[in-house]
Write a protein that binds this ligand. Structure first.
Ligand SMILES: *Cc1c(COP(=O)(O)O)cnc(C)c1O
Length: 393
């Protein structure tokens, strides 16, 4: 196949042509600064306001509760560091999960070095947060619970409504990293008792380097960047108007296509999962079978190295990602796969394939054929596999 088959949509997505088109005038003829007084700049101010309103509506929030940021990592950092600072009189304890994105985990480590205490709640074998463990972790000094809406590696959707209720009953703030869930799942911040929510543009066919943090009215939070009065003085700096406009457009399209798009993804995902599990022996699906993101699949193939599989898939024009974090310069397997109880050697043989609605069944057939062939080939070179097969014969 000459065409590239891109199955790494959890890492980033293509910016839609309609999004690029909406952005372009804001680089050129409409370059004004939204803070300026004259008529020429007022269209920029309006463009930012419009995008903010589209996003607020998508969550059942008010526009004044949406703060634009430089992406998901920034939103996560802000939510944690600023609440820690603003609520330190009340307490120094934060609860999160073992399977968060590094934007949360590394921020928690930073806070631990600065006098805060963090409890990392575990998950079951499907990656679902242990609610009993969460309840038991609550202390009088707990100021924040931060649990991701859905996991970026294994796609598991968390019991967010239950977590929101537990937080509310105990008068604790609840933040969720919804970078993967936003526009893949239906989210209403009031129904779910969410106080803060992080999202990112480039995971939903918008531009990179833009995101937002939803902060419920009444939550005490410190300014992230001091300077001008942008973002109600909480994140100073001239707005990235083209990116904000593009983000608004991406959300608008994602809202319009929501039902059809996610239903199609679920069908394609199930097709891929069923074929791989049926046709490749010694394979397991990581993450919950049904409580999972519409576009996520994650497999572990026993007796092989995920890295070799990725490289050989790349030679067939297939882009996926591995459960081990070798690509990011570390030889440790993913913390998420270890948290669901996989032994190191199985976690190492993992492959994440994340779809979009433009993928066809024919393309997935090509992927399955190649996964089968490559896994077979890698196993034929694996002494572990040879021993295992000899053992059972
Ligand atoms: C991608 C991702 C982030 C980081 O978002 P950026 O916009 O790339 O900074 C944070 N959390 C999750 C769950 C993600 O998937």
């Amino acid at each position: 196949m000459d065409k590239k088959i891109y199955l790494d949509n959890a890492a980033t997505t293509a910016t839609r042509p309609e999004v690029v088109e909406a952005m372009l005038p804001y680089f050129t003829e409409k370059f004004g600064n939204p803070s300026s007084i004259y008529e020429f700049a007022s269209q920029n101010k309006k463009a930012v306001t419009d995008a903010r309103e589209i996003i607020a509506k998508s969550l059942g929030a008010n526009a004044a509760e949406i703060y634009f940021t430089g992406g998901g990592s920034e939103s996560d950092n802000w939510a944690l560091k600023a609440t820690a600072e603003a609520y330190k009189e009340k307490g120094n304890h934060i609860i999160t999960s073992k399977i968060e994105h590094h934007a949360i985990l590394h921020t928690c480590e930073y806070l631990e070095k600065n006098g805060f205490e963090v409890t990392y709640v575990g998950v079951d074998e499907n990656g679902v947060l242990k609610l009993d463990e969460l309840k038991a972790a609550i202390r009088p000094t707990t100021i924040l619970i931060s649990v991701m809406f859905a996991n970026n590696e294994i796609g598991t959707i968390q019991p967010i409504k239950e977590i929101g209720e537990i937080a509310k009953q105990n008068n604790i703030l609840f933040h969720t990293d919804a970078v993967q869930a936003y526009m893949q799942l239906d989210i209403n911040v009031d129904d779910l008792n969410i106080d803060m929510l992080s999202a990112s543009g480039h995971k939903i066919n918008g531009p990179k380097g833009i995101g937002f943090l939803y902060i419920r009215k009444g939550v005490k939070i410190r300014s992230l960047i001091h300077g001008g009065a942008q973002e109600r003085s909480r994140r100073a700096g001239t707005e990235n108007v083209p990116a904000i406009v593009g983000y608004g457009k991406a959300v608008e399209i994602a809202m319009d296509t929501f039902k059809e798009r996610t239903e199609k993804e679920i069908e394609l995902r199930n097709y891929l999962i069923e074929r791989v599990l049926a046709e490749v022996p010694y394979t397991r699906l990581n993450g919950h079978r049904t409580k999972r993101l519409p576009n996520n699949s994650n497999f572990s193939f026993q007796f092989i190295e995920g890295e070799s599989l990725l490289i050989m898939l790349d030679m067939k024009n297939i882009c996926g990602s591995s459960g081990s974090a070798c690509t990011s310069g570390s030889l440790d397997p993913s913390h998420v796969l270890l948290a669901i109880g996989l032994p190191h050697e199985i976690a190492h043989g993992s492959l994440r394939l994340t779809l979009n609605e433009d993928i066809t069944k024919e393309e997935l057939d090509y992927v399955v054929t190649n996964v089968k062939e490559i896994v077979d080939k890698l196993r034929s070179m694996s002494p572990l596999y040879e021993d295992y097969v000899k053992g059972i014969n």
